[in-house]
Design a protein around this ligand. Structure first.
Ligand SMILES: Cc1cc2nc3c(=O)[nH]c(=O)nc-3n(C[C@H](O)[C@H](O)[C@H](O)COP(=O)(O)OP(=O)(O)OC[C@H]3O[C@@H](n4cnc5c(N)ncnc54)[C@H](O)[C@@H]3O)c2cc1C
Length: 495
């Protein structure tokens, strides 16, 4: 019987674990300092190290054992609950404990948004799905504070608590709570004005909601901001899953979505049956009210996308630095070095440097004073970057298997709207700080590809490589000034 070759002969890279995700990401550390959150470096480093331990396994388990819907208990009573693998709860506990859902509002100092963005970005590199309830809970706070101070007084202490307290119980019995949002209906997602869910005033400041929502993520959250048609038009409501007397609200989970990604997170289709809810903001101003929440979740879409790209770069460069082919590591093969450099540039260009954290800061210009005054009005200048960053980053993150496809995609992204395919005159790459040397510290940082700590020099037009590579950011003939010595880097990192 054939036996498996020994580990050494298998030519497999060592596991990518046990290092500090923050220390390994020099551009992130630099951005943290530059954007006023240098004070959070130790916190980022501690979480960055923690994340490459047990949480790696939690992430695997939470995605392999996806959430299960339990509509009824064994006696036939409707319960509308979702069961999660214990690994999901561990991830949630870790993120809530580190303030990923609240730091922007609880840390009364400048740079709090940036610090929270960095923590979220690091965590999403290990498991992204649980970022959904974390993000929505974070985003609900400014919406409540801006439009419903009384509800904010009741809910914000729970939403910003550092305790993860899972389970459907009345708010008064909880030590921490999560918040979701329910806008999308079957007949319209982007255009929420098409919502048909109705809100009937009950006369005591409460409304009775009837209808459906087609996409309602994290349905085990304690409360939701919901859009529904009130007499004066589309309005925003706060709907608790459990009423103060302990009875379940009329929030029925019909089924869970079978999604391609975001598997660990439950997303549901729900029906609202005389569900009790309280008005947030004015009747007829629902979109304006809920957009205060939406804008922050869209900023987190940027962070999540940038994190996925960074994770891919780490995995690819680590693998290529250890896998041997034709007598050299893959990373030392010129064409592979080019591919890796391309991935790095895309990842660095999308990191939350000028997008999410900055836009969040723009949306609440002085986080310290906003946190203390409780106000976080998203200005137009905050919303616009959120929307454009979310779509731009999502587009850039889509994998492209061939250099040719990357080239054409990059060409397309250089065209300006209305220019009918004409390349933009603007530089496609943001200005970068001066070239930095490769890190070769003794810490167990993941192996880096050429130029991972700085944007590679663009090829000279006179030295265009063969067709299909003309848009490649790194010339194969022109060595990058920051290109590390791969052999030295591998031995320095012990891999
Ligand atoms: C993982 C996941 C979780 C979600 N969780 C929630 C949740 O918790 N709560 C919730 O309310 N919703 C949730 N959604 C739904 C999401 O908000 C909607 O999918 C989104 O708003 C788009 O709506 P739609 O799918 O109906 O697409 P449509 O509105 O039908 O749009 C289809 C396509 O057309 C584009 N488009 C739309 N309008 C225009 C326009 N004017 N110009 C150019 N292009 C346009 C859109 O960008 C999209 O690509 C979730 C979706 C996903 C994928």
């Amino acid at each position: 019987m054939a036996t498996l070759p020994s580990v050494g002969a298998a030519n497999q890279p060592p596991p990518l674990a046990g290092h500090d995700l923050f220390a390994a990401n020099r551009p992130l550390a630099e951005a943290l300092g530059r954007e006023g959150a240098g004070w959070a470096a130790a916190r980022c480093s501690a979480l960055g190290t923690r994340l490459t331990g047990e949480p790696l396994d939690w992430g695997r388990l939470a995605n392999e054992h996806v959430p299960q819907l339990r509509t009824h208990d064994r006696f036939g009573e409707r319960i509308d609950e979702v069961e999660f693998h214990p690994a999901w709860h561990e991830l949630m506990r870790l993120s809530v404990g580190n303030g990923l859902h609240a730091l922007s509002w609880t840390e009364p100092r400048a740079g709090a948004h940036v610090a929270r963005a960095a923590l979220f970005y690091l965590t999403a590199q290990v498991e992204a799905g649980h970022g959904c309830p974390i993000s929505m809970t974070h985003a609900a706070v400014p919406a409540l504070r801006a439009a419903a101070p009384e509800l904010a007084a009741e809910w914000v202490p729970l939403l910003t608590s550092s305790e993860y307290d899972f389970g459907l119980r009345p708010a008064a019995e909880k030590r921490g709570a999560l918040c979701g949002m329910a806008m999308t209906e079957r007949q319209g997602g982007s255009d929420v004005r098409a919502n048909t869910t109705t809100a009937r005033p009950l006369g005591d400041g409460e409304y009775s909601l009837d209808g459906h929502k087609w996409f309602c993520s994290a349905p085990m959250s304690d409360a939701f901001l919901v859009l529904a048609q009130a007499p004066a038009g589309l309005s925003c409501f706060l709907l608790p899953r459990v009423l103060p007397d302990g009875t379940r609200n009329g929030f029925h989970i019909q089924r869970l979505k079978d999604k391609l990604g975001d598997r660990s997170n439950a997303s549901s289709e729900i029906e609202l049956d005389a569900a009790r809810a309280k008005l947030v903001g004015e009747e007829g101003r629902g979109v304006r009210t809920i957009v205060e929440m939406v804008v922050h979740t869209r900023l987190d879409c940027v962070l999540g996308t940038a994190a996925a790209m960074r994770q891919a770069v780490e995995q690819a460069t680590h693998h290529a630095a250890h896998r041997l082919a034709f007598g050299r590591t893959l990373a030392e093969q010129p064409l592979m070095a080019n591919v890796l450099a391309d991935l790095c540039v895309e990842s660095e260009g999308t990191r939350p440097r000028r997008s999410s954290a900055s836009a969040a800061t723009a949306s609440s210009r002085n986080p310290a004073s906003r946190a203390s005054t409780g106000s976080s009005r998203s200005s137009r200048s905050g919303r616009a970057p959120a929307t454009s960053s979310a779509s731009t980053c999502s587009e850039r993150s889509s994998a492209s298997p061939t250099p040719q496809r990357r080239s054409s995609r990059r060409f397309a992204s250089r065209t300006t709207p209305g220019s009918a395919g004409q390349p933009s005159s603007r530089s496609p790459r943001p200005a970068e700080p001066a070239a930095r040397g490769a890190s070769s510290s003794g810490s167990r940082s993941p192996c880096r590809p050429p130029c991972s700590s700085g944007t590679p020099r663009r090829p000279s037009r006179k030295r265009l490589p063969p067709q299909g590579w003309e848009q490649s950011p790194v010339s194969r003939t022109e060595p990058c000034p920051t290109r590390p010595n791969w052999a030295r880097l591998s031995s320095a990192t012990g891999r």
